[in-house]
Design a protein around this ligand. Structure first.
Ligand code: GLN
Length: 480
């Protein structure tokens, strides 16, 4: 374990190095210089979000309730990176427990994360997106080669779009979540941020493997099945050197077409994809826009249950309080004091909303309805892909279906950091286009696709059938 003073000195060093550009995206910087290493990621600098356990550092999830928590082990994904030769550069700032879209739900002593993609130095600072805003900013400013984030409802893809980098939310269950602090387990995925699709693919190939320590991480047999299905599908796609996307059917969801000034899929990009051989097809996913309310009900419900473990039990019980002051306090009073004082306002809001959705009076009307919507949405996704779902062998895919969905990742560019109008409900609205793939457990990649008139980057999302990351990478290279 490193000493606190060592950590502080290293944090100051990186602060001095990057503060000329903008406040640092890191909550902790690794004081160890990278040693000699070998393996496919030898010498590569990779940052990790502060909800991913790393034995050498505190993992606080940007929460006061975990501010002195040092995990006793590293997450499986971190171990895989280190075994492959990578150097962990530090842990990055995030919205508390992953709840947010702008990396603004931070402990009071944190400096905000500014979006490094600013078109001109005099511009008022904009958000890097969230909740993995620190990871996206670290990649965009060039202080690491790649970064890990987590994506429950868009937290890797939205910051990727706002910062002009690539962001992958993999198929649910392909990357182990052992050692990741849970937000909403039925949705949480470890995601990857990098400057290019090729780097994202390299990191994904290291992280995607079975893990006995995570029972939701899929087995090798399911992975084999997905590969066989993809291989048999490849015969329908016969790339040539001039037309690498020949045979690929790209779906454009009607529901994501929002009028200007909202971000739209650039017509020049569509023409480019056609010139590479792809064909374009409008598709109807009627429940697409209902995904947002369903997501917030389900994610809050799961979060309210997950966060029950903090404040009085084995985690978050001591944290800096002078316990002597509270002699005679009952267990319940102590729990109330710790939770009221150390959870931030957004987390408290989610706990209340989630507890309400799960209460006896509301359960049928709210939680079950959201679950129903989720299965309807999954069915609708399965009815548009011509690749069958590898884990649901009974489902037959339409022969005239599509291979990949394409739409903007977000309907806007990065919001101003200090605007109160960007808070509250409009913050939730930013997830409109990312939550459907999360509810369906599908892989989705946000890839930079130029800039809007305001000079800020926009990202396009490619969503595929479960397990079709390779196909997504291939098409993304056509977008880059
Ligand atoms: N903004 C969404 C939320 O607050 C998504 C967050 C995430 O993917 N971690 O729930």
């Amino acid at each position: 374990m490193r000493s606190t003073c060592c950590r502080r000195a290293a944090a100051q060093t990186i602060a001095a190095r990057t503060s000329a550009i903008h406040p640092v995206p890191y909550s902790w910087v690794n004081p160890d210089a990278p040693g000699p290493s070998s393996g496919p990621l030898a010498g590569r600098a990779i940052a990790i979000k502060d909800n991913i356990s790393y034995i050498s550092s505190p993992t606080s999830c940007s929460s006061l309730i975990l501010q002195d928590y040092n995990p006793p082990y590293s997450a499986t994904c971190v171990e895989s990176l280190v075994e492959a030769g990578a150097h962990i550069t530090g842990q990055t700032k995030m919205d508390e427990f992953g709840m947010g879209s702008q990396t603004t739900h931070l402990p009071p002593h944190y400096t905000p994360v500014h979006n490094p993609a600013s078109p001109s130095p005099g511009e008022p600072p904009r958000s890097a997106g969230g909740s993995s805003g620190g990871s996206a900013a670290a990649v965009a400013e060039g202080s690491c080669w790649a970064a890990l984030g987590t994506d429950t409802g868009g937290s890797v893809r939205l910051p990727a779009s706002y910062c002009g980098v690539v962001g992958l939310k993999p198929s649910y269950g392909l990357i182990s979540r052992h050692g990741i602090v849970s937000y909403a387990d039925s949705l949480d995925c470890v995601g990857i941020l990098a400057k290019t699709t090729d780097i994202t693919r390299q990191v994904f190939s290291i992280l995607s493997h079975p893990d006995e320590k995570d029972m939701t991480c899929v087995s090798s047999s399911s992975r084999k099945l997905a590969n066989e299905i993809l291989d048999s599908h490849q015969s329908k796609i016969t790339p040539t050197s001039t037309h690498p996307l020949i045979g690929i059917r790209i779906g454009l969801p009607l529901q994501t077409h929002l009028p200007a000034p909202h971000v739209q899929t650039p017509p020049s990009l569509l023409e480019h994809l056609q010139s590479l051989g792809a064909t374009l097809h409008p598709v109807d996913i009627p429940s697409f826009k209902m995904a947002l309310p369903a997501y917030y009900v389900l994610a809050s419900a799961e979060a309210s249950s997950n966060l029950g473990r903090y404040g009085g039990g084995w985690v978050g019980s001591k944290i800096g309080d002078n316990e002597g002051e509270f002699v005679g306090e009952s267990g319940e009073e102590r729990r109330k004091r710790i939770r009221s004082g150390r959870f931030g306002p957004e987390v408290k809001k989610r706990i209340l909303a989630g507890t309400y959705a799960l209460s006896a009076d509301e359960f049928n009307n709210t939680y079950l309805k959201a679950l129903h919507l989720r299965s309807t949405l999954r069915r609708q996704f399965n009815s548009i892909f011509r690749i069958p779902h590898p884990l649901r062998p009974s489902h037959t895919a339409p022969t005239k279906g599509i291979d990949i969905l394409l739409h903007p990742t977000a309907f806007r560019t990065a919001p101003l950091l200090d605007s109160s109008t960007e808070r509250g409900q409009s913050e939730y609205l930013q997830d409109l286009l990312t939550v459907p793939a999360s509810l369906a457990g599908l892989p989705a990649l946000s890839v930079p696709a130029g800039k809007l008139n305001d000079g800020w980057p926009v990202g396009m999302s490619l969503t595929g059938q479960w397990g079709m990351e390779d196909l997504i990478f291939r098409i993304a290279e056509g977008v880059e």
